[in-house]
Design a protein around this ligand. Structure first.
Ligand code: SF4
Length: 510
């Protein structure tokens, strides 16, 4: 007997012939599952002669947020109601473990009513099968990990590409329907595996065409070519000059902040001009944008400020004595994270010579380091709640879309707040670290399975064409569970994920 069948062995096992398989209809794969075994996705199994969802339904408890101590839920005590008509425990039935509605025309697995702060609410709870989905990955680093549009590989299969870099971060766009369904079978399977691992906050190794190998895990520092990235940059070179020019005034004659995108030079920069900084006759080899701001001083790389420079002097041309250069002139060169820095003085021939780093400048370099935030990987799941998923909420699915866009229906994924894109459909993004652990699943079609909940006023739900006769109380859900016979477990809601009503009220939808 395997571990799962032990967990779900019914009190009185049903005698069935060994060959008697049951068909799971929770996704298009329609597995035939033998007694005691699980189906292809491991989320459903045949236990005791019935199809069982193998993970418990997760009930999020917002007691801490409401200042009420959490009393752990125990099987059989779901109806221990204290007589208070207002729900102070603020339980929320999440889609984690809820089961799906495939083939969609039937109502969602749980449609739960609850009175919160005097308002009758309904939450429609399901696990959506997302064939159209992917992740956006933000990697906090200045280092060049690959060209924009370069293909990203996992286990040797293409799973996405490098997209537009953001402020202090490199960005990847992974997954999407074309990698899931439009390539080889292996590409689809590996893409699905990669998305699932990232969404469940597991580490994944990605290699970028013509670039680096990056180990990515949501909420953890990136590891680039085997090296842990500790800090993201304080800003671009120009911004760094702007922030710290006053710290350097009077301590050094010139400062260059080396950056792959915008290298800053304090004597030419507006921040220096405002402080009356004298000219130094410096010459930067790069494309001058505006005074004291230079583009393309080097090719992108893994060295100083995300450039290929191991010797920052390589970006300096001859010094001009008619514009202020003189023997003994002091120069600080520093990267945008403060990790690399060096001090020079011009010799008799106006050539910079490296000198021991002076104590008087150490504080300013440390200040750059102190202002750098920890480098992290951020993973946002992005998916479209399609026409069929919406049919589990209402008989007229477009009503749900309109309601979401009018902010009358609040969408959550595993209880976490989402961003819904404007325009057509319900295309959403969610930070995977705000969901309960292992909230995502998959089906081998291939597609990801993600919990999703729609919360709205009860009268609004009825007006939308919702399945009024399927509405149940939360106590009933806790006691009797759902059609997939799984347990219920109650966990503390992650901090910062407010009960949906609070957000609704703030939007004036009540
Ligand atoms: S893959 Fe999973 S959900 Fe789909 S039919 Fe098989 S067991 Fe059921």
């Amino acid at each position: 007997m395997n571990e799962l069948s032990e967990r779900f062995e019914p009190a009185e096992p049903v005698e069935r012939p060994a060959s008697d398989k049951l068909r799971c209809d929770a996704c298009p794969v329609m597995c035939y599952i033998a007694e005691g075994r699980t189906g292809a996705c491991d989320r459903y199994g045949n236990f005791g002669g019935r199809i069982v969802r193998c993970d418990p339904v997760t009930i999020l408890n917002h007691a801490e947020e409401a200042g009420t101590p959490l009393v752990p839920f125990a099987e059989g005590q779901a109806n221990a109601w204290d007589g208070n008509p207002v729900n102070t425990r603020r339980r929320f039935v999440s889609g984690v473990g809820a089961g799906t509605t495939y083939p969609d025309y039937k109502p969602a697995p749980f449609i739960v009513s609850q009175e919160v702060e005097g308002v009758d609410l309904v939450t429609v709870v399901t696990e959506g099968i997302f064939s159209y989905c992917g992740v956006k990955v933000k990697i906090d680093t200045d280092r060049h990990i690959g060209d924009e549009t370069a293909t990203v590989y996992a286990q040797g299969e293409p799973v996405g590409h490098v997209t537009t870099a953001e402020y202090g971060s490199q960005m990847l766009s992974l997954g999407g329907v074309r990698h899931l369904t439009g390539g080889s079978k292996a590409e689809g399977r590996v893409t699905c595996d990669t998305l699932l691992a990232l969404c469940n906050r597991q580490p994944v190794e990605l290699s970028i065409e013509g670039g680096s190998t990056v180990a990515v895990q949501a909420g953890a520092p990136p590891i680039i070519d085997g090296k842990v990235e500790h800090r993201m940059r304080v800003g671009c070179g120009s911004a760094t000059i702007g922030m710290f020019a006053t710290q350097w005034r009077g301590l050094v004659d010139e400062v260059v902040v080396v950056d792959d995108h915008i290298t800053g030079v304090v004597s030419e920069h507006q921040a220096g001009k405002v402080l009356g900084w004298p000219d130094t006759g410096i010459k930067i080899i790069g494309r001058r944008s505006t005074p004291g701001r230079y583009f393309k001083v080097s090719e992108p790389g893994l060295a100083w400020g995300g450039t290929q420079l191991t010797d920052p002097l390589a970006i300096l041309g001859p010094w001009n004595d008619r514009k202020g250069a003189r023997p003994g002139l002091s120069l600080l060169m520093v990267s945008t994270t403060g990790e690399q820095y060096a001090y020079y003085e011009l010799d008799e021939n106006l050539r910079p010579v490296e000198k021991p780093f002076p104590e008087r400048l150490r504080k300013s370099v440390e200040l750059i380091e102190d202002n750098c935030e920890p480098a992290l990987c951020t993973v946002l799941f992005m998916g479209g709640a399609g026409g069929s998923l919406r049919a589990g909420v209402t008989e007229n699915p477009v009503n749900l879309t309109r309601s979401v866009h009018r902010l009358e229906t609040y969408v959550t994924v595993g209880g976490a707040p989402v961003y819904v894109w404007p325009g057509g459909g319900i295309t959403l993004m969610v930070d995977v670290t705000r969901l309960p652990e292992n909230a995502f699943g998959y089906v081998p079609t291939p597609a990801l399975v993600a919990p999703i909940e729609f919360t709205m006023r009860r009268d609004h739900y009825v007006a939308l064409g919702g399945y009024e006769s399927e509405i149940r109380t939360i106590e009933d859900v806790l006691e009797r569970g759902g059609e997939y016979f799984n347990d219920r477990r109650e966990v503390l809601a992650p901090r910062g994920n407010v009960w949906p009503l609070l957000a609704q009220l703030r939007r004036g939808a009540s």
